[in-house]
Design a protein around this ligand. Structure first.
Ligand code: SF4
Ligand code: SF4
Length: 92
């Protein structure tokens, strides 16, 4: 069975380390620059939680999820047949 890797986002687990954003910037621009990352880590001080926002320039490479230490960004393998079937159902 063929598998496909999907990214799952659980903002409630984020600890605000910005490792994801720094990695994105490094992989795509060769520099550590939060301003050039395709993911933004924003702290909602009132709610005391972090929000994760992906820009439209995110290409879905999933490198950010590979380095997240807290499980806020996770990679899971799902059968590609299921993904395909889900797509077919959506199209009908
Ligand atoms: S998926 Fe890739 S491009 Fe998108 S935010 Fe993560 S590292 Fe950056
Ligand atoms: S999503 Fe993960 S890597 Fe990114 S700031 Fe939150 S805990 Fe750190």
């Amino acid at each position: 069975m063929h598998m496909t890797t999907e990214m799952i986002i659980k903002p409630g687990r984020c600890i605000g380390c910005s490792t994801c954003a720094l990695t994105c910037s490094l992989v795509h621009h060769g520099v550590f620059d939060l301003g050039r990352a395709n993911i933004r880590v924003h702290r909602d001080d009132l709610a005391g939680v972090y929000e994760l926002r992906f820009s439209s320039t995110c290409n879905g490479c999933k490198q950010c999820a590979r380095v997240c230490p807290s499980g806020a960004l996770q990679l899971v393998d799902i059968p590609s047949d299921e993904a395909k079937n889900a797509g077919e159902v959506t199209k009908r």
